[in-house]
Write a protein that binds this ligand. Structure first.
Ligand code: AMP
Ligand code: MG
Length: 352
């Protein structure tokens, strides 16, 4: 199939420009579109056949459910049942925005969209193009990240085309996304609201609204119990995997840099291509390898924004090994480390 690529200026566009994309969605086709987190691959979430096409295009395991994207909080009544008050409080505070809520699904939502689960994940994206597209299609748009399964999530339309050109009907190019990592997922069907995936909206931000919030034990780094299954089915897969072998180094920054310098020198001597994931603060201290900055350590939003692009760059450069600095696992750093650790298959070296 030929994939239509349409550029739309997110700051200044007429709704009619999205007419074609909305029509494709209504007719059960696939359209990738920008959100504030990453690009999503959308289909009408209430048409089971349409949702199935998403799995085929991405090569996504069928037990990995999709997030339904809505443009108005009213939609909650339609797609979920027994919606707790906390959902409305969180919606009031964080929607539109990078927070996904897991609720009990209504009969309307097909199991093909929820990966067979009785629950449904819902989010209202904070992006003019996404919101207009949802409204114009008249649908609830099921959309996972618009990448091939196992690749880093796309933060530009080019990333989407690199993975899905020829496999989907259309890509709406609205420029680079803002945040750069996927939404926080919170499960509101458990007694204590539980974070299933860390993201831009942090635990402390959520606790300010709904009180105590837990973190799914299966996604913690210190979890050594391999039988513990993450409650977000997608979190069990080795997502975001770069082609090169990725190791994360933690410890005092000076020691980390020295260790990476030592190893990259060795690797290059053996004829291997080395990629280094550095930060603005440290980039000048590396003596070997291809050095790329993900952002400023002192401003973690820039790191979230830059991370996936750098992982993809290293794929394009066909590096054999990648060495990454680590980040503090608190606030946004928790989401950054979650993605980085998964990309590394939890391969971490502590430098003394
Ligand atoms: P993606 O949009 O590509 O980031 O993938 C959606 C994520 O949401 C995956 O990790 C899913 O496992 C998770 N998810 C979607 N629906 C549910 C649900 N009903 N319960 C738990 N996790 C969900
Ligand atoms: Mg994804």
């Amino acid at each position: 199939m030929e994939t239509i690529l349409q550029h739309i200026d997110k700051h200044q566009f007429e709704r009619e420009e999205l007419g074609k994309a909305a029509m494709i969605l209504r007719e059960g086709g696939l359209v990738a579109f920008p959100t504030e987190t990453v690009y999503g691959l959308g289909a009408d979430g209430l048409q089971e056949e349409a949702a199935k096409k998403i799995y085929a295009a991405k090569g996504r395991p069928s037990d990995n459910p999709l997030i339904l994207h809505i443009a108005s909080t009213e939609a909650l009544k339609d797609i979920a049942v027994e919606v707790p008050e906390s959902a409305y409080q969180l919606a009031e505070k964080f929607w539109p925005g990078p927070l996904t809520m897991v609720l009990k699904k209504s009969e309307k939502v097909p199991y093909g969209t929820t990966g067979g689960l009785e629950t449904v994940a819902v989010r209202m994206p904070d992006h003019e193009i996404a919101l207009a597209l949802i409204e114009m299609s008249g649908a609830y748009i099921a959309a996972p990240s618009a990448n091939t399964s196992g690749r880093p999530s796309p933060t530009t339309a080019k990333h989407v085309m690199d993975d899905l050109d020829g496999k989907i009907d259309m890509v709406v190019d609205g420029g680079q996304v803002g945040i750069g990592i996927e939404s926080t997922i919170i499960d509101l069907t458990s007694d204590v609201p539980t974070i299933l995936r860390p993201g831009y909206v942090t635990k402390s931000m959520l606790e300010e609204v709904v009180g105590e919030v837990a973190l799914d034990a299966a996604i913690l780094k210190e979890n050594k119990d391999k039988n513990l299954k993450p409650k977000a089915p997608g979190m069990k897969y080795r997502h975001y995997a770069p082609k090169g072998d990725l190791t994360i180094f933690e410890g005092e920054m000076g020691h980390v840099v020295a260790r990476i310098n030592e190893l990259s020198k060795e690797q290059e001597a053996q004829g291997r291509r080395v990629g280094i994931i550095a930060t603005e603060e440290t980039k000048h201290q590396y003596e070997h390898g291809i050095v790329k900055t993900v952002g400023k350590r002192s401003q973690e939003t820039t790191v979230a924004h830059g991370l996936y692009g750098v992982l993809r760059d290293f794929d394009d450069l066909a590096v054999d090994v990648i060495y990454a600095e680590s980040f503090e696992e608190h606030e946004l750093g928790q989401a950054i480390m979650n993605r980085l650790l998964k990309a590394a298959g939890y391969h971490v070296e502590h430098v003394e």
